[in-house]
Every structure is written in C-alpha cells, then in structure tokens.
Design a protein around this ligand. Structure first.
Ligand code: GUN
Length: 291
C-alpha cells in the first residue's frame, strides 16, 4: 500500500512547535526572530515564494520584512542592500530570492551575504561547513527532505538513494546529506549527461527527483516499493481551476504512486517543508546571535 509523506501536515506541526517557542521568547520580554527577504523584479513564481515565506513567518510570530527592488537595480546597489542587512542587528537572517536578473552576478551577490545570516545556506562558508559535517545553515529544500524522511521514520541506512539533478540548491546538497552518518545512504547522483538513467532509477530504494521537467518520471523508471521524493513544482494551465492553473511535479504521479511504498505529493509534499526549514534556520540564527 502506498503511504503519503504529508509535507503539509508535518509543516503545520513543526510551525506550531516554532510558534510555541516564539511565544515563550516574547513572554520573557525578548524580541521576536526576524526574517527578511530581498526580491529583485517581478517574476511571478518568485513573488509567490516570497509571499509564502512572509505568510509563514507571521504564522509563527516572526517579524518579517521584504525588500522589493526594481528589475533594473545595479549590482552595486543590490550589494549595498545586502551590507545594510548584514549590519542590521534587528535582522537575524535573510534570503535573496533567486533567480536574479541576467545583468547581476548571482554568485557575487551570494558571496556578500554574512554566513551568520545566510538562512538559505547558499554561501561558500555554509556549503563548506555542510560538506565537512560542521554546524551550519543547511539549504532549505534538502533540509526539508531530510526532515520528512526522519519524522516519518523512513529507513535510510544502507539504502540505495538515487538523486536526479545536481543543482547547488537541491541535488548537490541532498546527495551530500543523505550519504552522511545518520542517513547512511549509498547515493548515486544523476544529471543531464547520465547514461541509461532509467536503469539507475530502477535500482533506487529512495528516489529524489529534482530535475525540473514536468512529469518526467514514469512508472517504468521506478522500483516497486520505492520511497519517492518529488521536488518539482510546475504550473500548468487548467481551465477547471478557479486560478486557471494546477501544480504538478517532476513525477507522473497518476501512474507512479501506486507502485511506491511512500510518496511526496505535489503540491503538499516537499514545498511546505522548504519554508519550515527556512523558519528553523532563522530561529537558529536568532539563538546564535543571542548566545
Ligand atoms: N529560488 C528557488 N528556490 C529558492 C530558495 O530556496 N531560496 C532562494 N533564495 N531562492 C530560490
């Protein structure tokens, strides 16, 4: 029987845990944790992500601020905003929503974020610490995937985990985390140049799909009773919906799910845990700055 890794329900539970902690801090006359976001331009998906982050911050009692900058802002001006956020003692953590406009060097911007406020875990310092197994901010989506597997008690030790996609945000860090002590998976990482992809995915006890292609994974690519984690989020037009679209993942769930032991739905799987991880990292940054 297929069981659901219910990210929406788990996110609600963890948000309640965070909200309780914030209530206690505020009752003890401390200020609330503060998460800021920088968004450049008006990309629809980015604006939705940032709005969700803001809503979730408020739900747990955090202070939230959003710096909305025009598409044409220069790299120098954006770097000045980042320095301002780095130096503001009332802000515990902040994120710069990606992607950035083409005329801005994304890595230069990420490099300018103070590692102590880098709650996305994107700076070289935090990535280096993660790979070394040191205390750090872990990127939100991989952290959310790890939380889902842990809280649902999914057995991972010695399992063959196949990760599809090698992005800095998801594939590369999740492959690293799941191979480490505590998860102890044997990890195979696949990407656009991988040969015989289906042969590898069919060997996966745990399949993590972060390829960015709608419904790419079909039933013939999945081992019976696999644990399936779908990181994809795509909007497709759907006239039957009030908002005119529905959200689908990288997996063709209509034919794949019944073959699996556990699956993350889309929406309501990995997505809600990504935001929760960002909140958890912000709380951690808050505690570090109050040590
Ligand atoms: N764009 C897509 N996902 C993310 C994320 O997790 N953080 C940031 N900053 N930008 C993103």
């Amino acid at each position: 029987m297929t069981e659901i890794l219910d990210g929406k329900a788990l996110a609600l539970q963890i948000k309640e845990e965070i909200a309780n902690e914030v209530r206690q801090l505020v009752a003890a006359d401390h200020r609330a944790p503060h998460l800021a976001a920088v968004i450049v331009g008006e990309d629809g998906a980015s604006m939705t992500y940032v709005a969700n982050k803001e809503k979730s911050s408020h739900e747990v009692g955090f202070t939230s601020s959003v710096y909305r900058l025009p598409e044409k802002i220069s790299e120098r001006e954006l770097l000045e905003t980042i320095q301002f956020l780095n130096n503001d003692p009332d802000i515990d953590g902040f994120i710069v929503q990606l992607p950035l406009p083409k005329h801005i060097n994304e890595q230069r911007v990420i490099n300018a974020i103070s590692p102590d406020k880098d709650v996305d875990g994107f700076t070289p310092v935090n990535i280096g610490r993660m790979v070394l197994g040191e205390d750090c901010f872990v990127p939100a989506t991989p952290m959310g995937i790890c939380t889902l597997l842990k809280r649902y008690g999914i057995e991972t030790a010695g399992k063959h985990c196949v990760v599809i996609g090698r992005s800095n945000i998801v594939g590369t860090p999740v492959a690293n985390l799941l191979s480490r002590k505590g998860f102890d998976c044997t990890v195979t990482m696949c990407h656009s140049r991988t040969r015989n992809l289906a042969e590898l995915t069919r060997q996966a006890d745990i399949l993590v799909v972060a390829i960015g292609k709608p419904e790419f994974i079909t039933a013939d690519m999945v081992k019976p009773d696999a644990v399936l984690v779908d990181v994809g989020i795509h909007r497709v037009p759907d006239a039957s919906k009030k908002n005119g679209y529905r959200v689908i993942g990288d997996v063709k769930h209509s034919e794949v799910d019944s073959k699996c032991s556990w699956v993350t739905p889309v929406p309501g799987g990995v997505g809600p845990l990504t935001i929760v991880s960002l909140l958890q990292n912000t709380l951690k940054a808050y505690h570090k700055s109050h040590e």
